[in-house]
Ligand binder design. Structure first.
Ligand SMILES: [Ca+2]
Length: 263
């Protein structure tokens, strides 16, 4: 589990219990196969692995989540709302529920995230897809009430995600709490939200904690007013032994390319 701002990270044993959804067919490939082929030729890292999903669903308006069966410790499946991060069925409330300018903050967050992901063939949507695979970011509420963890366990976490070492699960579920967007102007609160999404998304795609300030994968990174960054040589935070094959650096853009493809 990834505890942003928390004291520790715990590696999950992934059981390969992904769902049976078919690999997403990229409609763009049908429209412009030549362009897609050229992109892949130009950068082999852009050839996505089979079964990966390209749609990132931001659930801002509330979503029901269900715990994994006891026998499955790592079975995130956004299509069914199933995740190892909750202990019981829980309704995530709308993001910034009751905040008068929440829609402006949400719009800013979506815009900032789309800019962050512009190099990658990711589709950021705010309506739940009716078919196909997708990664879901469930936004809203606070850590204790959503995860069932104690305040001490949550440790002020603003986001929460399973570390998906080697990116075995295509349809991840990640959590971003209201506290990710705690203060500032509307654009700042949107940027904070987008940066937190980038953080939990990186864990979904197989990355672990990094150390540079401003890096998207840094634990409790300074949120600031600018986009977080992805580095091809980001030093890994070796205080946390999260993935068995983690090195001393990680290629963060490559992980996003392999999972999402390139524009
Ligand atoms: Ca994944």
């Amino acid at each position: 589990m990834g505890w942003m701002g928390g004291a520790c990270g715990v590696a999950l044993v992934l059981l390969g219990c992904g769902d049976d959804t078919q690999p997403v067919v990229d409609a763009a490939a049908l429209d412009a196969p030549g362009l897609d082929a050229a992109t892949a030729d130009a950068d082999p890292q852009c050839m996505t692995l089979p079964g990966q999903t390209h749609t990132i669903y931001l659930a801002f308006e509330g979503v029901m989540l269900h715990p994994c069966p006891a026998s499955m410790s790592g079975c995130s499946d956004a299509t069914t709302g199933t995740t190892n991060q909750v202990m019981a069925d829980v309704m995530v409330p709308p993001f910034l529920n009751g905040v008068s300018d929440r829609q402006i903050i949400i719009d800013q967050a979506v815009m900032a995230l789309r800019q962050q992901l512009a190099p990658y063939a990711a589709d950021v949507v705010t309506t739940r897809p009716s078919a196909g695979g997708y990664i879901m970011i469930a936004l809203g509420g606070d850590c204790p009430s959503i995860t069932g963890g104690t305040a001490a366990q949550c440790g002020g976490s603003i986001g929460y995600q399973d570390f998906d070492c080697d990116n075995l699960l295509p349809n991840d579920v990640a959590l971003v709490f209201d506290s990710a967007s705690s203060s500032g102007t509307e654009p700042v609160r949107g940027m904070k939200t987008a940066n937190t999404i980038m953080n939990v998304l990186g864990f979904s795609l197989g990355l672990v904690y990094s150390t540079p300030n401003g890096d998207c994968l840094k634990q409790a990174f300074p949120l600031g007013t600018s986009p977080c960054t992805l580095s091809p040589t980001a030093p890994v935070d070796t205080r946390f032994n999260i993935c068995a094959d983690q090195g001393t650096t990680q290629d963060e853009p490559a992980a996003f390319k392999r999972a999402l493809g390139c524009r």
